[in-house]
Ligand binder design. Structure first.
Ligand code: KIV
Length: 276
């Protein structure tokens, strides 16, 4: 039996089949140790291009490259065996059209072993989604607040507050669904729009800042753990990792300065090693 056929990872069809059923639990991951911790609890792990802001100190996703995504996706694949792993196509790697999108997405699949990609579905991208799906690359669409459009939008702005915008986003959702995406990530929209999208598409919606009407939820892990310096309104903080790190590092610095660390417990002894 090949390694592939023994895999117990959740598959794309299994996620698609969860429409209207058991809620889909998703988080972002960028490294092996964090993936190991999240994997048993999650249905889907996303290597989001939020990695640029969260781990690399960038102001947004625009500076993230395909090589960065591949490196982090390889790390997450090494740390997971259960969740479906999905990788963001970064800014500049797919917008020219289906050929460019296929080149980038197939490179990710080949180099990482991840089975699926996510794309921000601006106007015209549905054509690329259909092209990828028809050539064997599962795609999750991303609609609503699209972080890669931050320079056009003047920041990260919630969507769906005007009738015009609602109509446009609903049309994008339907186009992404018709193009064959296996799920649609809906970011930063009003609850009524999230509900309308969820009711209008045939595949699961995964919400972030889109209320609990979606078929699943995703958060940026560092946000929900309280590791990132800023917490968006829609994030619930399930931990205070910044506080924990601050406390631990303050204690360590005090102990080094006072000579309290290391003491005999952390020091090798002279003579033969004690027996078992
Ligand atoms: O890049 C990212 O982390 C995302 C979030 C919306 C989950 O796409």
């Amino acid at each position: 039996m090949s390694k592939q056929s023994k895999s117990s990872r959740i598959t794309v069809p299994q996620i698609r089949a969860r429409k209207g059923g058991e809620k889909i639990v998703c988080l972002t991951a960028y490294t092996t140790p964090v993936a190991e911790l999240l994997d048993p609890h999650c249905d889907l792990l996303l290597i989001g291009d939020s990695v640029g802001m969260v781990l690399h100190g960038l102001p947004g996703p625009v500076g993230v490259t395909l090589d960065m995504m591949i490196l982090h996706a390889q790390a997450v694949m090494r740390g997971s065996e259960h969740a479906l792993v999905v990788v963001d196509l970064p800014f500049g790697s797919y917008e020219r059209g289906p050929d460019q999108a296929f080149k980038s997405a197939s490179k990710i699949l080949r180099k990482t072993g991840c089975p699926a990609v996510k794309v921000e579905a601006s106007e015209g991208v549905a054509e690329s989604i259909a092209f990828l799906v028809s050539r064997g690359i599962p795609v999750m669409g991303h609609i609503g607040l699209r972080p890669q459009a931050m320079n056009v939008e003047g920041g990260f702005k919630a969507k769906g507050r005007t009738a015009d915008e609602r109509g446009r986003i609903l049309a994008e959702a339907r186009a992404v669904d018709a193009a064959g995406a296996f799920a649609i990530l809906v970011e930063g929209v009003t609850p009524d729009l999230a509900a309308e999208i969820t009711a209008s598409v045939s595949v699961p919606t995964i919400g972030i800042g889109a209320s609990n009407v979606c078929d699943g939820q995703i958060l940026v892990t560092d946000d929900m753990l309280g590791l990132f310096y800023w917490t968006p309104k829609f994030v619930r903080r399930y931990g205070d990792m910044r506080g924990l790190i601050e406390k631990a590092v303050t204690q360590y610095a005090d102990d080094v300065r006072s000579g309290a660390f290391p003491d005999e417990r952390e020091t090798y002894k002279l003579g033969p090693k004690p027996g078992p």
